[in-house]
Design a protein around this ligand. Structure first.
Ligand code: HEM
Length: 568
């Protein structure tokens, strides 16, 4: 590309010289002609006037030629700037990047939504390690398992930070919540409390009755649907929201048997608003002046939303502190289980300076961020199975064989259902909810793919590209759970990592795998699913990979297992 441009420059310079020569020669010829014509033909005033007009035309033509050159020079300037930047970049051994980074916006002119799809084009053109500029920010786009491993294993600590984006500022308590907090003591503390007090294997075992009950409640609702079309996106989302709020405060806010209706309405308003706004924080937030780029309004909405969320979470803490709030008396194995708020408040008694309200609210957010990702994965999985009835049939045959028709699938059955697990894996391969993981940022200079990556570079791992790359996944656009058969429990390197990897890996993986497995297993076991026409698998344009159209599906209780729904 550089050589081509140098050739173009040389051509322009020669063309300019030629043009100037042509102008000089024509001026000379005009002069000769003038003398000759005036000698022979300039007999009257009319001819003299015409001749003057001709001379004026020649003068204007010369001027125009000159201006064309000036315009060329003007156009040439950004190109010279780009070449200069490129040579400078080469001399610093930076990763390859698209030729023209415009002043102020950088490479943002190349980007469209959804972002991961635009970045696939960049990876195909510039290779597995490419450097972009989003406004003033440097962005490293990584799209191969080897390069991902270099970032998330070899340079794990270097890339353990998060960039300062609008969502982290306004919804992440000014970058102090677990997902947005910079790598350091505060983040380590939050992570160890979350994994020890909320999401440890022991806690999940104790709380497993929560999602078992919620799945039964969904079966109940579907059994009563009478074969009418049900919005499965909302059904999955409400199930996961109830799991989250039950873990936090012992309360359900969606569906039937909602305790406090007014509180539930307020909660659902906040959830709906969060969705609307998260889709609105787009590429402009990388620019140095987001307020001028129409993001002022988005920022104000984020602040209003955060105020409502904060007030809501505070009211739950206050209620628990004053002795109110619910408990989980019927946790698995007869254990008494306190809600997350109660556990954290009891910790406050020994470490009051750390367990402030704000820390407790940050930890509550951990559980409230998960529902969307798990629900979306279930929606993609059921959609894919409805489009492939043979896969649904095979998964059902496995469940019938392992569980039978006399009882519902339970969590302890999941390890014995490898095909169901393969269906979930194949869904997360083709439709990863976090197609670029969550952005990381480097805290010091490092090497990736043999290139130098300066500190302060934002890292985007294009998981969607890696997990759909035909070099690692033959026939990648075909939904084929069989490709995972025989790989149970085997980690497939960095070719497949829907939950990320390294220090900032997803904390909710265990919870997500259990709830998704149990829900899908129960739906397959108990219902016949009708799919008259193919489900539209088009994706939306937001930062997480959502279906563009919600899944609407019809189901009828299966005759073989209808007794299991007799309580419905
Ligand atoms: C199918 C379900 C889920 C998927 C696909 C998923 C995926 C991810 C991904 C890709 C990341 C970013 C990893 C990185 O930056 O390298 C992440 C982070 C995170 N996830 Fe999940 N997640 C799911 C469910 C959950 C659930 C249920 C919870 C909570 C109960 C949760 C809590 C978190 C937290 C707290 C982080 C931030 C970790 C940190 O920054 O240290 N996730 N998740």
């Amino acid at each position: 590309m550089t050589i081509q441009f140098l050739r173009l420059l040389a051509f322009c310079a020669i063309a300019k010289q030629l043009l100037l020569k042509i102008v000089a020669v024509s001026q000379f010829l005009f002069l000769l002609a003038f003398l000759e014509i005036s000698k022979r033909h300039l007999h009257d005033a009319r001819e003299a006037f015409q001749f003057l007009l001709f001379l004026a035309f020649c003068a204007i033509a010369k001027h125009v030629l000159h201006h064309i050159w000036t315009v060329k020079l003007f156009l040439l300037f950004p190109a010279v700037y780009a070449i200069g930047m490129r040579l400078f970049q080469k001399s610093r051994n930076l990763p390859p990047s698209p030729f023209l980074a415009l002043p102020v916006i950088g490479h943002l002119y190349l980007i469209q939504n959804p972002l991961h799809r635009s970045l696939c084009w960049i990876s195909r053109r510039y290779g597995p390690v490419a450097l972009l500029r989003f406004g003033p920010s440097r962005v490293l786009v990584v799209s191969s398992p080897d390069a991902a491993e270099e970032c998330l294993a070899k340079n794990d600590i270097v890339f353990a930070n998060r960039p300062c984006l609008l969502a982290g500022k306004h919804l992440g308590y000014n970058y102090t919540s677990l997902a947005w907090s910079p790598y350091g003591d505060h983040w380590r503390n939050l992570r160890s409390i979350a994994s020890g007090e909320i999401l440890s294997a022991n806690c999940l075992l104790t709380l497993s009755t929560i999602w078992a009950d919620e799945v039964k409640s969904l079966l109940h609702r579907l059994a009563k649907s009478g074969g009418r079309s049900v919005n499965m996106k909302s059904a999955f989302f409400e199930l996961m929201l109830n799991v989250g709020t039950l873990m936090i405060a012992g309360k359900r806010y969606c569906g039937e048997n909602v305790g406090e209706l007014e509180e539930a309405i307020k909660f659902m308003e906040i959830v709906t608003e969060s969705f609307r706004i998260s889709g609105a924080t787009k590429m402009g937030e990388f620019l140095p002046f987001p307020r001028w780029m129409g993001l002022k309004e988005v920022e104000e909405k984020l602040m209003t939303l955060q105020k409502k969320r904060d007030e809501f979470m505070q009211s739950l803490i206050d209620e628990s502190q004053s002795g109110g709030g619910n408990e989980w008396p019927e946790a698995a194995e007869g254990r008494k289980k306190k809600t997350l708020i109660q556990v954290l408040l009891s910790r406050r008694e020994t470490e009051p300076e750390y367990y402030k309200d704000e820390t407790i609210k940050s930890l509550m957010q951990v559980v409230l961020t998960g529902p969307d990702t798990s629900a979306t994965t279930m929606e993609w999985a059921l959609s894919a199975m409805l489009n492939h009835p043979e896969i649904l049939k095979k998964a059902r045959a496995e469940i019938d064989e392992v569980v039978g028709h006399d009882r519902l699938v339970s969590e302890s059955d999941l390890p014995k259902l490898p095909y169901l697990h393969s269906v979930i894996n194949e869904t997360m391969r083709m439709y990863p909810v976090g197609p670029l993981l969550v952005p990381h940022e480097s805290v010091e200079d490092c090497q990736v793919g043999g290139y130098r990556v300066p500190r302060g570079t934002i890292l985007l791992i294009n998981l969607f590209y890696i997990q759909n790359d035909p070099r690692y996944w033959p026939d990648p656009t075909n939904f084929k759970p069989e490709r995972f058969e025989g790989m149970e429990g085997v980690r497939d390197g960095y070719k497949m990592m829907p939950f990320g990897s390294g220090r900032r890996k997803c904390l909710g993986e265990n919870l997500a795998v259990r709830t998704i497995g149990l829900t899908l297993g129960s739906l397959i076991q108990c219902f016949e699913w009708d799919s008259d026409e193919l489900i539209d698998m088009t994706e939306g344009s937001g930062p997480t990979m959502q279906k563009a159209q919600p899944l609407m599906a019809k189901c009828r209780p299966r005759s073989a297992t209808s007794d299991l729904l007799s309580w419905a």
